[in-house]
Design a protein around this ligand. Structure first.
Ligand SMILES: [Zn+2]
Length: 364
Protein backbone atom coordinates (compact mmCIF):
# COMPACT_ATOMS: atom_id res chain seq x y z
CA UNK A 1 0.00 0.00 0.00
CA UNK A 2 1.24 3.52 -0.73
CA UNK A 3 2.34 5.91 1.94
CA UNK A 4 0.82 9.33 2.28
CA UNK A 5 3.67 10.27 4.60
CA UNK A 6 6.34 9.37 2.04
CA UNK A 7 4.54 10.95 -0.88
CA UNK A 8 4.59 14.28 0.97
CA UNK A 9 8.35 14.27 1.57
CA UNK A 10 10.64 16.48 -0.46
CA UNK A 11 13.55 14.68 -2.10
CA UNK A 12 16.08 15.90 0.49
CA UNK A 13 13.75 14.89 3.36
CA UNK A 14 13.43 11.43 1.85
CA UNK A 15 17.23 11.12 1.60
CA UNK A 16 17.51 12.17 5.22
CA UNK A 17 14.95 9.55 6.30
CA UNK A 18 16.82 6.85 4.36
CA UNK A 19 20.09 7.80 6.03
CA UNK A 20 18.47 7.71 9.48
CA UNK A 21 16.94 4.26 8.89
CA UNK A 22 20.24 3.07 7.41
CA UNK A 23 22.01 4.06 10.65
CA UNK A 24 19.37 2.40 12.90
CA UNK A 25 19.54 -0.78 10.83
CA UNK A 26 23.35 -0.91 11.03
CA UNK A 27 23.58 -0.45 7.27
CA UNK A 28 21.69 -3.74 6.72
CA UNK A 29 18.66 -4.57 4.58
CA UNK A 30 15.65 -5.32 6.79
CA UNK A 31 14.69 -8.40 4.78
CA UNK A 32 17.92 -10.14 3.74
CA UNK A 33 20.23 -8.79 6.44
CA UNK A 34 22.97 -8.04 3.90
CA UNK A 35 24.74 -4.71 3.61
CA UNK A 36 23.08 -1.75 1.94
CA UNK A 37 25.32 0.64 0.08
CA UNK A 38 23.43 3.89 -0.28
CA UNK A 39 25.30 4.85 -3.45
CA UNK A 40 25.31 1.53 -5.29
CA UNK A 41 22.02 -0.12 -4.33
CA UNK A 42 18.48 0.66 -5.35
CA UNK A 43 16.58 1.19 -2.09
CA UNK A 44 12.94 0.92 -1.00
CA UNK A 45 11.33 2.43 2.07
CA UNK A 46 8.49 0.23 3.26
CA UNK A 47 6.16 -0.18 6.22
CA UNK A 48 7.36 -2.90 8.61
CA UNK A 49 3.81 -3.61 9.79
CA UNK A 50 1.44 -3.18 6.83
CA UNK A 51 -1.10 -0.34 7.11
CA UNK A 52 -3.77 -2.92 6.36
CA UNK A 53 -3.28 -4.58 9.72
CA UNK A 54 -2.86 -1.41 11.72
CA UNK A 55 0.74 -0.36 11.08
CA UNK A 56 1.42 3.36 11.37
CA UNK A 57 2.28 5.56 8.42
CA UNK A 58 5.20 7.26 10.15
CA UNK A 59 8.97 6.81 10.58
CA UNK A 60 8.56 4.52 13.60
CA UNK A 61 7.11 1.93 11.22
CA UNK A 62 9.49 2.37 8.27
CA UNK A 63 12.43 0.24 7.23
CA UNK A 64 14.75 0.30 4.24
CA UNK A 65 15.42 -2.72 2.07
CA UNK A 66 17.13 -3.52 -1.17
CA UNK A 67 14.66 -2.76 -3.94
CA UNK A 68 14.91 -6.35 -5.22
CA UNK A 69 14.39 -7.87 -1.74
CA UNK A 70 11.24 -5.82 -1.29
CA UNK A 71 9.90 -6.81 -4.71
CA UNK A 72 10.38 -10.51 -4.06
CA UNK A 73 9.27 -10.49 -0.43
CA UNK A 74 7.07 -13.44 0.57
CA UNK A 75 4.84 -11.54 2.98
CA UNK A 76 3.52 -8.00 3.27
CA UNK A 77 4.61 -7.94 6.92
CA UNK A 78 8.36 -7.30 6.76
CA UNK A 79 8.98 -9.11 10.05
CA UNK A 80 7.52 -12.28 8.52
CA UNK A 81 9.14 -11.61 5.13
CA UNK A 82 12.52 -11.56 6.88
CA UNK A 83 11.94 -15.00 8.44
CA UNK A 84 10.67 -16.51 5.19
CA UNK A 85 13.73 -15.10 3.47
CA UNK A 86 15.95 -16.86 6.03
CA UNK A 87 14.22 -20.14 5.30
CA UNK A 88 14.65 -19.62 1.53
CA UNK A 89 18.36 -19.10 2.14
CA UNK A 90 18.56 -22.38 4.07
CA UNK A 91 16.65 -24.10 1.24
CA UNK A 92 19.06 -22.82 -1.39
CA UNK A 93 22.07 -23.83 0.67
CA UNK A 94 20.73 -27.35 1.27
CA UNK A 95 19.83 -27.79 -2.38
CA UNK A 96 23.35 -26.83 -3.37
CA UNK A 97 24.98 -29.08 -0.76
CA UNK A 98 22.74 -32.16 -0.76
CA UNK A 99 20.56 -31.77 -3.83
CA UNK A 100 17.26 -31.77 -1.93
CA UNK A 101 14.96 -29.68 0.22
CA UNK A 102 15.95 -29.01 3.84
CA UNK A 103 14.73 -30.88 6.89
CA UNK A 104 14.91 -30.02 10.58
CA UNK A 105 18.61 -30.89 10.79
CA UNK A 106 19.43 -28.19 8.24
CA UNK A 107 17.46 -25.64 10.24
CA UNK A 108 19.17 -26.77 13.45
CA UNK A 109 22.56 -26.48 11.75
CA UNK A 110 21.83 -22.87 10.84
CA UNK A 111 20.66 -21.92 14.34
CA UNK A 112 23.20 -23.79 16.46
CA UNK A 113 20.99 -26.74 17.37
CA UNK A 114 21.85 -30.48 17.43
CA UNK A 115 25.19 -30.04 19.15
CA UNK A 116 25.18 -32.18 22.27
CA UNK A 117 24.13 -35.52 23.68
CA UNK A 118 22.02 -35.56 26.82
CA UNK A 119 23.69 -37.03 29.93
CA UNK A 120 21.08 -38.58 32.14
CA UNK A 121 20.31 -41.04 34.91
CA UNK A 122 17.19 -43.17 35.24
CA UNK A 123 15.98 -43.80 38.78
CA UNK A 124 13.01 -46.17 38.73
CA UNK A 125 10.19 -44.12 37.25
CA UNK A 126 12.07 -40.84 37.03
CA UNK A 127 14.71 -39.44 34.72
CA UNK A 128 17.33 -36.89 35.82
CA UNK A 129 19.56 -34.76 33.66
CA UNK A 130 21.15 -31.38 33.34
CA UNK A 131 22.64 -29.24 30.59
CA UNK A 132 26.30 -28.81 31.62
CA UNK A 133 27.41 -27.93 28.08
CA UNK A 134 25.14 -24.88 28.33
CA UNK A 135 26.53 -23.96 31.73
CA UNK A 136 23.26 -25.06 33.36
CA UNK A 137 24.03 -27.58 36.12
CA UNK A 138 20.54 -27.65 37.59
CA UNK A 139 19.41 -31.24 38.01
CA UNK A 140 16.04 -31.59 36.32
CA UNK A 141 13.85 -34.52 37.29
CA UNK A 142 10.77 -35.72 35.44
CA UNK A 143 8.45 -38.70 35.96
CA UNK A 144 8.48 -41.48 33.37
CA UNK A 145 5.03 -42.63 32.28
CA UNK A 146 3.98 -45.83 30.56
CA UNK A 147 1.70 -46.02 27.55
CA UNK A 148 -1.04 -48.44 28.69
CA UNK A 149 -1.45 -50.52 25.55
CA UNK A 150 1.97 -50.48 23.90
CA UNK A 151 3.99 -50.45 27.12
CA UNK A 152 6.20 -47.68 25.66
CA UNK A 153 7.82 -45.52 28.33
CA UNK A 154 8.07 -41.73 27.92
CA UNK A 155 8.52 -38.40 29.67
CA UNK A 156 7.79 -34.77 28.87
CA UNK A 157 10.38 -32.02 29.09
CA UNK A 158 11.56 -28.79 27.51
CA UNK A 159 14.98 -28.98 25.85
CA UNK A 160 17.39 -26.40 24.48
CA UNK A 161 17.66 -27.02 20.72
CA UNK A 162 21.37 -27.75 21.26
CA UNK A 163 20.29 -31.19 22.55
CA UNK A 164 17.76 -32.00 19.83
CA UNK A 165 18.65 -33.98 16.70
CA UNK A 166 16.53 -34.78 13.67
CA UNK A 167 15.90 -38.48 12.99
CA UNK A 168 15.97 -38.98 9.23
CA UNK A 169 15.14 -42.67 9.32
CA UNK A 170 11.76 -42.43 11.00
CA UNK A 171 11.01 -39.07 9.44
CA UNK A 172 12.57 -38.92 5.99
CA UNK A 173 10.32 -36.12 4.75
CA UNK A 174 11.72 -32.72 4.02
CA UNK A 175 10.19 -29.44 5.10
CA UNK A 176 7.52 -28.30 2.67
CA UNK A 177 6.64 -24.81 1.51
CA UNK A 178 3.59 -24.87 3.77
CA UNK A 179 5.92 -24.10 6.68
CA UNK A 180 5.35 -20.44 5.82
CA UNK A 181 1.75 -20.76 7.05
CA UNK A 182 2.93 -22.21 10.35
CA UNK A 183 5.49 -19.44 10.71
CA UNK A 184 2.73 -16.86 10.31
CA UNK A 185 0.48 -18.73 12.72
CA UNK A 186 3.14 -18.80 15.45
CA UNK A 187 4.14 -15.23 14.68
CA UNK A 188 0.53 -14.20 15.38
CA UNK A 189 1.01 -15.78 18.83
CA UNK A 190 -1.18 -18.79 18.30
CA UNK A 191 0.14 -21.62 20.44
CA UNK A 192 1.61 -24.92 19.32
CA UNK A 193 -1.09 -27.57 19.80
CA UNK A 194 0.79 -30.84 19.44
CA UNK A 195 4.26 -31.25 20.79
CA UNK A 196 7.27 -32.67 19.03
CA UNK A 197 8.04 -36.36 19.54
CA UNK A 198 11.49 -37.82 20.13
CA UNK A 199 13.29 -40.72 21.72
CA UNK A 200 16.44 -41.63 23.62
CA UNK A 201 18.34 -44.90 23.83
CA UNK A 202 19.83 -45.64 27.25
CA UNK A 203 22.70 -47.98 26.29
CA UNK A 204 25.18 -45.37 27.47
CA UNK A 205 24.98 -42.60 30.03
CA UNK A 206 24.42 -40.13 27.22
CA UNK A 207 22.20 -40.16 24.16
CA UNK A 208 21.08 -37.82 21.44
CA UNK A 209 17.43 -36.85 21.73
CA UNK A 210 16.24 -37.80 18.27
CA UNK A 211 13.15 -35.98 17.04
CA UNK A 212 10.97 -37.89 14.58
CA UNK A 213 7.65 -36.06 14.49
CA UNK A 214 6.58 -32.43 14.48
CA UNK A 215 9.55 -31.14 12.50
CA UNK A 216 7.55 -28.38 10.79
CA UNK A 217 6.40 -27.00 14.12
CA UNK A 218 9.87 -27.29 15.56
CA UNK A 219 11.52 -25.67 12.52
CA UNK A 220 8.96 -22.84 12.36
CA UNK A 221 9.61 -21.95 15.99
CA UNK A 222 13.38 -22.14 15.63
CA UNK A 223 13.15 -19.83 12.61
CA UNK A 224 11.15 -17.44 14.80
CA UNK A 225 13.99 -17.39 17.32
CA UNK A 226 12.77 -19.97 19.85
CA UNK A 227 15.70 -21.76 21.54
CA UNK A 228 13.83 -24.34 23.63
CA UNK A 229 11.17 -26.83 22.59
CA UNK A 230 8.80 -29.10 24.49
CA UNK A 231 9.23 -32.76 23.55
CA UNK A 232 7.57 -36.02 24.47
CA UNK A 233 10.56 -38.36 24.68
CA UNK A 234 10.17 -42.14 24.39
CA UNK A 235 12.69 -44.13 26.40
CA UNK A 236 14.21 -47.08 24.51
CA UNK A 237 11.28 -47.50 22.13
CA UNK A 238 11.14 -50.29 19.55
CA UNK A 239 12.24 -48.15 16.61
CA UNK A 240 10.54 -50.27 13.97
CA UNK A 241 7.24 -49.95 15.77
CA UNK A 242 7.75 -46.18 15.92
CA UNK A 243 8.52 -46.10 12.21
CA UNK A 244 5.37 -48.09 11.37
CA UNK A 245 3.25 -45.98 13.68
CA UNK A 246 4.55 -42.76 12.20
CA UNK A 247 4.05 -44.00 8.63
CA UNK A 248 0.50 -45.18 9.32
CA UNK A 249 -0.36 -41.88 10.95
CA UNK A 250 0.55 -40.06 7.74
CA UNK A 251 -0.96 -42.55 5.27
CA UNK A 252 -3.72 -45.04 6.13
CA UNK A 253 -4.91 -43.27 9.27
CA UNK A 254 -4.68 -39.80 7.77
CA UNK A 255 -4.23 -38.28 11.16
CA UNK A 256 -2.22 -35.51 9.65
CA UNK A 257 -5.02 -34.04 7.55
CA UNK A 258 -8.57 -33.68 8.75
CA UNK A 259 -11.43 -34.89 6.58
CA UNK A 260 -12.92 -32.07 4.56
CA UNK A 261 -16.27 -32.14 6.33
CA UNK A 262 -14.42 -31.74 9.64
CA UNK A 263 -12.52 -28.80 8.20
CA UNK A 264 -15.78 -27.14 7.16
CA UNK A 265 -17.21 -27.69 10.57
CA UNK A 266 -14.17 -26.16 12.25
CA UNK A 267 -14.35 -23.20 9.86
CA UNK A 268 -18.00 -22.77 10.72
CA UNK A 269 -17.24 -22.80 14.45
CA UNK A 270 -14.58 -20.14 13.91
CA UNK A 271 -17.10 -18.05 12.00
CA UNK A 272 -19.61 -18.22 14.85
CA UNK A 273 -16.87 -17.20 17.25
CA UNK A 274 -16.04 -14.15 15.08
CA UNK A 275 -19.72 -13.15 14.86
CA UNK A 276 -19.98 -13.23 18.66
CA UNK A 277 -16.76 -11.26 19.00
CA UNK A 278 -17.97 -8.68 16.49
CA UNK A 279 -21.23 -8.19 18.41
CA UNK A 280 -19.43 -7.90 21.73
CA UNK A 281 -16.73 -5.52 20.53
CA UNK A 282 -19.29 -3.32 18.75
CA UNK A 283 -21.57 -3.35 21.79
CA UNK A 284 -24.48 -4.86 19.85
CA UNK A 285 -27.41 -6.52 21.56
CA UNK A 286 -27.60 -10.31 21.70
CA UNK A 287 -30.28 -10.50 19.00
CA UNK A 288 -28.92 -7.73 16.82
CA UNK A 289 -27.93 -9.13 13.44
CA UNK A 290 -28.14 -5.88 11.52
CA UNK A 291 -24.74 -6.37 9.90
CA UNK A 292 -23.61 -8.16 6.78
CA UNK A 293 -20.88 -10.65 5.98
CA UNK A 294 -19.08 -7.81 4.23
CA UNK A 295 -19.11 -5.85 7.51
CA UNK A 296 -17.43 -8.80 9.23
CA UNK A 297 -14.77 -9.15 6.56
CA UNK A 298 -14.09 -5.45 6.85
CA UNK A 299 -13.96 -5.54 10.64
CA UNK A 300 -11.51 -8.45 10.78
CA UNK A 301 -9.43 -6.90 8.04
CA UNK A 302 -6.16 -8.57 9.13
CA UNK A 303 -7.65 -11.94 8.32
CA UNK A 304 -10.12 -11.11 5.58
CA UNK A 305 -9.10 -14.09 3.45
CA UNK A 306 -9.71 -16.46 6.34
CA UNK A 307 -13.02 -14.74 7.13
CA UNK A 308 -14.23 -15.38 3.59
CA UNK A 309 -13.29 -19.04 3.95
CA UNK A 310 -15.04 -19.30 7.32
CA UNK A 311 -18.18 -17.80 5.83
CA UNK A 312 -18.16 -20.30 2.95
CA UNK A 313 -17.42 -23.12 5.40
CA UNK A 314 -20.35 -22.13 7.57
CA UNK A 315 -22.70 -22.03 4.57
CA UNK A 316 -21.54 -25.48 3.48
CA UNK A 317 -21.74 -26.79 7.02
CA UNK A 318 -25.22 -25.33 7.46
CA UNK A 319 -26.47 -26.98 4.25
CA UNK A 320 -24.78 -30.27 5.07
CA UNK A 321 -26.33 -30.58 8.51
CA UNK A 322 -29.66 -28.91 7.82
CA UNK A 323 -32.61 -31.15 8.90
CA UNK A 324 -34.28 -30.41 5.55
CA UNK A 325 -31.32 -31.77 3.64
CA UNK A 326 -32.68 -35.09 2.35
CA UNK A 327 -29.44 -35.91 0.62
CA UNK A 328 -27.63 -36.06 3.95
CA UNK A 329 -28.49 -39.70 4.60
CA UNK A 330 -26.63 -40.74 1.45
CA UNK A 331 -23.39 -38.93 2.18
CA UNK A 332 -20.35 -40.65 3.60
CA UNK A 333 -18.70 -38.10 5.86
CA UNK A 334 -15.81 -40.34 6.85
CA UNK A 335 -14.46 -40.10 3.32
CA UNK A 336 -12.98 -43.50 2.66
CA UNK A 337 -15.39 -45.98 4.25
CA UNK A 338 -17.57 -46.14 1.11
CA UNK A 339 -20.62 -47.39 2.96
CA UNK A 340 -22.88 -44.77 1.42
CA UNK A 341 -23.27 -43.91 -2.26
CA UNK A 342 -21.89 -40.37 -2.11
CA UNK A 343 -18.65 -39.14 -0.60
CA UNK A 344 -18.55 -35.75 1.04
CA UNK A 345 -15.93 -34.57 -1.43
CA UNK A 346 -18.27 -35.43 -4.32
CA UNK A 347 -20.85 -33.11 -2.78
CA UNK A 348 -18.23 -30.40 -2.48
CA UNK A 349 -17.06 -30.80 -6.05
CA UNK A 350 -20.59 -30.68 -7.46
CA UNK A 351 -23.29 -28.86 -5.49
CA UNK A 352 -21.06 -26.72 -3.33
CA UNK A 353 -18.95 -25.60 -6.25
CA UNK A 354 -21.86 -23.32 -7.14
CA UNK A 355 -21.43 -21.43 -3.91
CA UNK A 356 -19.25 -18.42 -3.99
CA UNK A 357 -18.99 -15.18 -2.19
CA UNK A 358 -18.64 -11.89 -3.83
CA UNK A 359 -17.79 -9.09 -1.54
CA UNK A 360 -17.11 -5.55 -2.45
CA UNK A 361 -15.77 -3.16 0.03
CA UNK A 362 -13.58 -0.16 -0.26
CA UNK A 363 -10.50 0.58 1.77
CA UNK A 364 -11.06 3.83 3.61
ZN1 LIG B 1 18.19 -7.23 0.92
Amino acid sequence: MGSLYLSRLKSNERDELIRKLWETQNHKCFICGEEIDLEIHKIDIDHVIPLKIGGKDDPSNFAITHHSCNRSKQDADLRIARILHNFSKISEKTLEKKGNAPNLSDVFAEYGGAKYKLRFKIDGNAIKFSFPEMGDNTIYEYPIFEDRLSGFRYFFAVFPIEYLHHDERINPRSIGKNISKLIKEFFLKRPQLHITLGYIITDNESSEIRVFDGQHKAAAQVLLGVRELPVRVFVNPDLDVLLTTNTNAGTTLRQVAFDKSVQRHLGSALYIERVERYKKERGLAEDDYSFSEADLVKYFRGESREMKRYILDSIRDWITHNPDNKLKDFIDFGGRAKEKPLSYSTIEKTFYSFLYIEMHYKHP
